[in-house]
Design a protein around this ligand. Structure first.
Ligand code: GDP
Length: 314
């Protein structure tokens, strides 16, 4: 199928533009010279409200949609607010995808997550492992909603010929991340913990779990680059993994962050906290075969994110 490319004056709706992914997409599209970005804050448009979403699409008539809006959070948030994670995400997907199709959007890109894959999927995880086994229980609410979004995009393509594509990013980090210790993911949580421990001269930093789970981390500016690349160059039913293809243990991650923040104390692993899935590494050969590769190395990306965090405190 022939891809339908965005033009610099195309009307582009970034759903979730204040979030980690959406804000990176905004930065990227602005710096590429796209002039017609359509943005709405949560207070002005609740994407869980079907009527509001439909009238927004009818009025604004976006041509391209990046669906990066979601209720997100780390292992603790997912586990403790299951109803919000499943309801909000299903509602956002149903409303935005359906309105996009009905209001003539040329192309929609749906942002999923690597947690859609089975907990014990072989590693690295290929796109075809979707729905081949049970999910990780700590984030199954979010994962079920994201799987529904993928299937909705595929169903609208099959039945209506709607040009929707789905990306599955690995764990993301970068400027604009959530540094709240109760709801954040591990990487920003550890940047904050080590930063504060360094300033306080604390003898140890508590790291949740055993330190042995393995995770892959992608800088959100790389994800924005891949998102634009796929919007312009890919138009198929199959989902596409977006990652670096390499992972580290949580202990290794903690050591890198200790190095970047200059912290020299001990690490204390709190094994009363959950480890979550033992390993989450994407097979990125489908995307690499299209010619896309990440550019930002982990240590460099963490240093830039630490700088951003420090500036956000000023
Ligand atoms: P996950 O990738 O969905 O499991 O979510 P997280 O990014 O929240 O957690 C990844 C891993 O990091 C898990 O094994 C956590 O137990 C571990 N971890 C270690 N310290 C922390 C921390 O301070 N916050 C969070 N969120 N996770 C931590």
């Amino acid at each position: 199928m022939q891809p339908i490319a965005m033009q610099k004056d195309s009307r582009i709706f970034i759903a979730g533009h204040r979030g980690l992914v959406g804000s990176a997409l905004c930065r990227r599209l602005c710096s590429d010279g796209y002039q017609n970005l359509i943005l709405r804050q949560h207070a002005d448009l609740d994407l869980r409200d079907a009527g509001a979403v439909r009238s927004f699409f009818e009025t604004e008539r976006p041509e391209y949609v990046f669906l990066a809006a979601a209720t997100v959070g780390g292992i603790f948030a997912n586990d403790s607010r299951p109803a919000e994670f499943i309801y909000d995400n299903l509602a956002i997907e149903i409303n935005v995808i359906d309105a996009a199709y009905r209001c003539g959007v040329k192309k929609l890109e749906f942002l999923g997550s690597s947690c859609i894959y089975p907990k014990l999927a072989p590693q690295p995880m290929k796109e075809e492992y979707l729905l081949t086994g049970p999910l990780e229980p700590t984030n199954e609410w979010y994962a079920v909603a994201k799987i529904a979004g993928i299937k909705m995009v595929q169903a609208y393509r099959r039945q209506y010929g709607f040009s929707g594509i789905s990306l599955m990013p690995t764990n993301l980090y970068g400027p604009g991340d959530n540094f709240d210790l109760q709801s954040s993911h591990v990487l920003p949580a550890l940047i904050r913990k080590f930063h504060e421990a360094k300033i306080a001269g604390a003898p140890e930093v508590i790291v949740w779990g055993t330190g042995s789970p393995r995770r892959e981390f992608l800088h959100v500016d790389d994800l924005a680059d891949a998102s634009v690349f796929l919007m312009q160059n890919y138009d198929g039913e199959g989902i596409v993994n977006v990652g670096t293809g390499s992972d580290v243990t949580i202990r290794e991650l903690a050591e890198i962050i200790a190095g970047v923040t200059g912290y020299r104390g001990r690490l204390h692993f709190d094994t009363s906290k959950p480890d979550g899935t033992p390993r989450k590494l994407l097979d990125v050969s489908r995307l690499e075969s299209m010619g896309w590769h990440p550019r930002i190395a982990l240590r460099e990306g963490i240093a830039a994110t630490h700088d951003w965090y420090k500036s956000s405190l000023l």
